[in-house]
Write a protein that binds this ligand. Structure first.
Ligand code: SME
Length: 152
């Protein structure tokens, strides 16, 4: 299934008021992980209250020890302060990187904004080297805009 086919499915998950917010976020993770073969871990991190740290939200894939990530640490922590997409074609080449699993070769993190404020992010790990293109960025920006609607 391609990105254009997935978009209406993301919208339909977001608008399903019969599910809780966390259930809908998990469904988005499952949709993406199931339909895009190089998305092998898909999850959300959100700013943890007033703290300068991220807290793990719903995700699919291997369990991670990194349920709390301080701002500035790792790819996720850097996106929390830069407010910019971060595409990592080769995680081994990154100095400020938090390893979750040795099977991960690449990663993409896209911030989620509500009223211009960076409130969290979607994080995707891949077992494939250098798989992410601008099409992934545009699609995941769409997903993050939909998630922002869900949370605001
Ligand atoms: N690799 C991330 C940590 C989160 S895991 O990928 C689930 C990072 O460097 O921030």
């Amino acid at each position: 299934m391609n990105f254009e086919q997935l978009k209406p499915q993301v919208k339909s998950i977001v608008s399903n008021v019969e599910k809780t917010i966390d259930e809908r976020l998990l469904s988005i993770c499952e949709l993406l992980e199931n339909h895009i073969e190089y998305y092998n871990w898909v999850g959300f991190y959100f700013k943890n209250g007033d703290k300068e740290e991220l807290k793990l939200g719903p995700y699919v894939g291997a369990p991670t020890d990194h349920t709390i990530i301080p701002f500035g640490k790792g790819i996720c922590g850097q996106v929390a302060v830069s407010n910019e997409n971060f595409v990592v074609p080769d995680v081994a080449a990154q100095e400020n990187y938090i390893t979750c699993s040795i099977t991960v070769k690449s990663e993409i993190v896209i911030p989620i904004f509500i009223n211009g404020k960076n409130i969290g992010q979607i994080d995707i790990d891949s077992h494939v080297a250098d798989p992410f293109t601008e099409a992934d960025e545009r699609f995941l920006e769409f997903v993050c805009t939909e998630v922002a609607k869900l949370l605001s």
